[in-house]
Ligand binder design. Structure first.
Ligand SMILES: Cc1cc2nc3c(=O)[nH]c(=O)nc-3n(C[C@H](O)[C@H](O)[C@H](O)COP(=O)(O)OP(=O)(O)OC[C@H]3O[C@@H](n4cnc5c(N)ncnc54)[C@H](O)[C@@H]3O)c2cc1C
Ligand code: SF4
Ligand code: SF4
Ligand code: SF4
Length: 430
């Protein structure tokens, strides 16, 4: 009998990606949503029918930090290999305005679909009658791509959709783009190693940058600041209406509420209400992806109020796709971004996940917990980053104490604003 992820991966290591469900040859694992919006794998503790495929693909247990593989590319220890870094926006102004950043993901997917370079894209929208229940699906039209635009700052088991690509006979000779966050890119990489056919079926991966995810508790807190209960909403967009974007909520009585993201952002960027696994994560951009997308959190980028995306092409093929999409008028390449500006724009994230993360590993091991196994190099740890990361870790653990959650609902947002972390000068604020 072999172990499965159920016995081998404690919840604090699980990033809720769903790749274990996708690869299980006997369909023994299923991601189940709990009452607070987390997704956990359910299934047997032990199995005898396969050599623990579920464990071998699990990105909760191990993190691949890839080395440079192309001599003509550049390399930086905080983002790995990169070919070029672009500032991009969707050519269609409406797409740009209603996406999270500049709509680069949405516009590029539309280009790849309409030019016949992909048969579909794995993207995530909210279920029609269940706001805040994410639904990852294979979009095969521009309209469906558009339905999925916008970031969902909640747990999403996106990788489970890979099962459809792998097991559906009709999809065997088709090609798909997978869109997700860095831990999911890691899971897709391991799944491709175990199931080689997936290398042809998913030739292209798009990663969103990810500083941290948020539990549903954070959304509850943010809405409470506006006297809205989670149970009363019919529709939600975490960011739209330009950049940095506003939270838009439609309540069941038909009213639309548009408000600043600050009630969400302030506790979030102080590392309250992050899923546990995010504290041990070492990937900001999605180092295993082909193209990585983030916000241009830079003062010099904040003039375009409809938003801009920063896009890192990790290899030559990815850079070519981007430039072809620009030639075909799906995106506008506004310019190149020097690596130093990219690093500055996400400085807190790089401290927490790269040059200070060892303080969290130390604390976790002190508590007798497992930590993800790293295959690759971390940069040199610095004293300042180690302290910053340690404080983030403390904040996150405090927010998991039930009484804190209860008290927090009564604390006005101003409190969080005052204790905001010292790096907020780098954040463009709305
Ligand atoms: C949890 C999370 C944390 C993030 N942290 C940062 C950060 O620290 N710094 C930063 O610069 N950017 C961060 N981003 C990325 C940022 O919010 C934008 O998604 C990114 O800049 C792309 O914007 P866009 O306008 O090009 O994408 P859009 O055109 O709006 O398209 C977004 C695409 O992403 C997919 N998607 C959205 N949410 C998820 C999800 N949770 N899981 C899988 N797929 C999803 C959608 O299906 C859609 O296709 C984060 C995103 C998420 C989801
Ligand atoms: S050990 Fe194999 S058969 Fe059992 S749950 Fe894991 S992947 Fe499925
Ligand atoms: S991290 Fe992903 S693969 Fe690992 S147990 Fe959790 S859902 Fe499954
Ligand atoms: S911080 Fe890391 S583990 Fe957490 S959601 Fe983002 S990529 Fe996944």
């Amino acid at each position: 009998m072999n172990n499965t992820v159920i016995s081998d991966v404690p919840r604090y290591l699980c990033c809720q990606c769903g790749v274990c469900e996708a690869v299980c040859p006997h369909r023994r694992i299923e991601m189940i949503r709990d009452s607070v919006g987390n997704y956990w794998p359910a299934g047997p503790d032990k199995c005898k029918d396969c050599k623990s495929i579920c464990i071998s693909v699990c990105p909760g247990r191990k993190i691949r930090i890839p080395d440079k593989s192309d001599d003509s590319a550049s390399y930086h220890e905080l983002i790995g290999q990169y070919f070029k870094i672009y500032v991009v926006k969707a050519s269609d102004r409406k797409t740009q305005y209603h996406s999270s950043s500049g709509g680069a993901v949405t516009a590029l997917l539309q280009y790849l679909l309409t030019s016949g370079q992909t048969d579909g894209a794995v993207v995530t929208r909210f279920k029609k009658n269940h706001p805040l229940e994410p639904e990852t699906f294979i979009a095969t039209s521009s309209e469906e791509i558009l339905e999925a635009q916008g970031s969902k700052y909640i747990p999403v088991p996106a990788c489970r959709t890979v099962r459809d690509i792998w097991q559906d006979r009709e999809k065997r000779n088709k090609k798909y783009v997978f869109v997700g966050i860095p831990c999911q890119m890691n899971g897709i990489f391991y799944a491709k190693q175990r199931i080689p056919r997936l290398q042809h079926q998913i030739p292209l991966t798009f990663s969103l940058f990810c500083g941290r995810n948020a539990t549903l508790e954070l959304t509850r807190y943010a809405l409470k600041q506006h006297n809205i209960e989670l149970e009363d909403i019919r529709d939600i967009k975490f960011r739209s209406h330009g950049w940095p974007g506003k939270m838009t909520v439609v309540t069941k009585d038909g009213q639309t509420h548009i408000f600043s993201r600050r009630s969400f952002l302030i506790p979030w960027t102080n590392n309250f209400f992050n899923p546990d696994r995010c504290t041990t994560c070492t990937d900001v951009i999605g180092e295993n992806a082909d193209l990585c997308f983030g916000d241009a959190w830079l003062p010099e980028m904040s003039d375009d109020k409809a938003g801009l995306s920063v896009v890192i092409a990790k290899n030559k093929k990815a850079a070519r796709i981007l430039e072809q999409a620009c030639d075909s008028a799906y995106i506008d390449i506004v310019g190149d971004l020097p690596i130093e500006r990219l690093l500055f724009s996400q400085i807190g994230q790089f401290k927490k996940k790269k040059s200070g993360v060892k303080s969290v590993y130390f604390m976790e091991q002190l508590r007798g917990r497992k930590v993800p196994q790293l295959t690759g190099r971390l940069p040199k740890q610095t004293k300042e980053a180690l302290i910053y990361t340690f404080l983030s870790y403390i904040n996150n653990n405090i927010s998991k104490i039930p009484i804190f959650s209860w008290v927090n609902m009564k604390i006005p947002m101003k409190f969080w604003d005052i204790i905001s972390h010292p790096f907020k000068k780098n954040v463009v604020r709305d």
